[in-house]
Design a protein around this ligand. Structure first.
Ligand code: VIB
Length: 193
């Protein structure tokens, strides 16, 4: 099967608020975010957003920020994907302009881990090392670990890094890229950061 050539990307994720009112926190974060630039669907396990890269990352960050504002400890886990075979439906969202819908500059510390899977790219380890170097240059690298890399800092720096990394880890020749991310926000382990 051929990989898609559509510039559409997707993010499937779940929020796990460590709070008794988790339903309110999840639904509140999804509802308070302007999702007009992406296709979105929520089910009992996760939510998927699809569209232009700039909007997918903007909406993902805004949802995390809204959940974080509750002050509750939030875990988020998700997968970004580009060039997936079959990723051509929902292309109407590609006609959206590049102006982002959610602007919120609230500072928020996040600790996270990510992993890149450059599909069908024989030089995938070079790609991964290059992106880890990028994290160090951007000042968001936290630590090396098995099967992932630790990325932390202000949510705006962390998301800017993820978006940049997602752009550079794929190419015309190797369009299909998967990136997994898990985040921890307002964790007692962060000592009030
Ligand atoms: C982003 C995101 N989307 C969906 C779920 C799944 N989910 C778990 S509880 C709940 C609310 C009650 O229906 C939903 C939709 C999730 N955890 N995070």
């Amino acid at each position: 099967m051929k990989c898609g050539v559509s510039p559409i990307i997707g993010f499937r994720f779940s929020l796990y608020p460590m709070a008794a009112n988790f339903v309110e926190v999840i639904k509140g974060a999804l509802e308070q975010t302007d999702t007009s630039n992406v296709w979105m669907h929520t089910d009992d396990v996760s939510t998927v957003i699809r569209g232009k890269q700039v909007h997918v990352f903007n909406v993902a960050k805004a949802i995390c920020l809204h959940a974080a504002k509750t002050g509750e400890h939030i875990a988020m886990s998700g997968t970004f994907s580009a060039g997936c075979p079959g990723d051509t439906a929902g292309d109407v969202y590609l006609e959206k302009g590049d102006e982002v819908a959610n602007i919120d500059t609230t500072k928020q510390y996040v600790s996270s881990q990510f992993a890149l899977y450059p599909m069908n790219n024989p030089d995938y380890m070079d790609v991964i090392y290059q992106e880890v170097d990028r994290a160090k240059e951007r000042g968001v690298f936290n630590e090396s670990m098995h099967y992932a890399s630790g990325i932390h800092g202000d949510i705006h720096d962390v998301f800017a890094f993820y978006e940049e990394s997602f752009t550079h880890a794929r190419s015309e020749q190797h369009k299909h890229l998967v990136m997994t991310v898990s985040m921890s926000i307002n964790s007692p382990s962060h000592g009030g950061r």
